[in-house]
Design a protein around this ligand. Structure first.
Ligand code: MN
Length: 235
């Protein structure tokens, strides 16, 4: 048997090494900071976490020039902490969740907000708003042992150098261990999975020429630049 073509593999660099983390699945937490739940005027902050997925090949790395996606007039950034899963797990209790964590990265859950709102209004899946090409920028992964106490870190997102989002990671409604516990009840987690853990308040629109930079204390920053749609999005 011969494969007709090589399966596309997206891989994220491990900071400070020549190793790369091949991406299997991308999970995102729908809402995880009270101030963002309030600015979006949706749901209740006490609701269980909910998850959606992006395709693995939506992941792009640091330095990527991201073409403005089609069929939107409201592309928005959501700065997020990303958890890289390095071990398999099903029904993992929160107390053991750290055993699955290979490391952490700074990420952006790029969103076609107008399409997401349309999906919400029509009570259909968020996919058109969330799961488009290059919608999951992810910075280099810092191994857990070198990342320090991620729960004590601060996340910042700046557009063209101006800080637009800033939050202690500790303000997450569901912390990393609780996210893994909930997610692994719904899905078998496996090495190669990335989990985007939700965004704080301050989300907003970007357009061609804008540079988005996300930094999390203890991790390498992520920077991407939005370029005109239809242009070549290569590095
Ligand atoms: Mn998000």
């Amino acid at each position: 048997m011969t494969l007709l073509f090589d399966p596309p593999t997206v891989a994220v660099p491990i900071a400070g090494t020549a190793d790369r983390f091949p991406v299997r699945r991308v999970y995102c937490v729908g809402r995880n900071y009270v101030d963002h739940v309030r600015e979006m005027k949706e749901g209740d902050e006490r609701d269980d976490p909910f998850f959606f997925q992006k395709p693995a090949d939506a992941v792009v790395g640091d330095g990527t020039r991201v073409p403005y996606p089609p069929r939107t007039a409201d592309l928005q950034f959501e700065g997020e902490l990303v958890v890289a899963i390095g071990a398999e797990g099903v029904d993992v209790p929160a107390e053991r969740a750290h055993e699955l964590v290979l490391g952490y990265a700074a990420g952006i859950d790029l969103t076609r907000r107008d399409r997401q709102r349309e999906c919400r209004a029509r009570q259909i899946s968020w996919e058109a708003g969330k799961a488009f090409d290059a919608s999951a920028p992810c910075g280099p992964i810092t191994p857990r042992a070198q990342a320090g106490d991620i729960a004590a870190a601060e996340l910042r997102l700046a557009v063209n150098g101006e800080v637009r989002q800033r939050t202690p990671i500790a303000l997450m409604i569901w912390n990393v261990a609780e996210i893994i516990a909930h997610l692994s009840a719904d899905y078998r987690l496996a090495p190669g999975d990335l989990v985007y853990t939700g965004t704080p308040a301050g989300v907003g629109a970007v357009g061609p020429g804008d540079e988005i930079r996300v930094s999390v204390d203890g991790l390498q920053p992520l920077s991407v630049t939005i370029i005109e749609s239809g242009s070549n999005g290569a590095h």
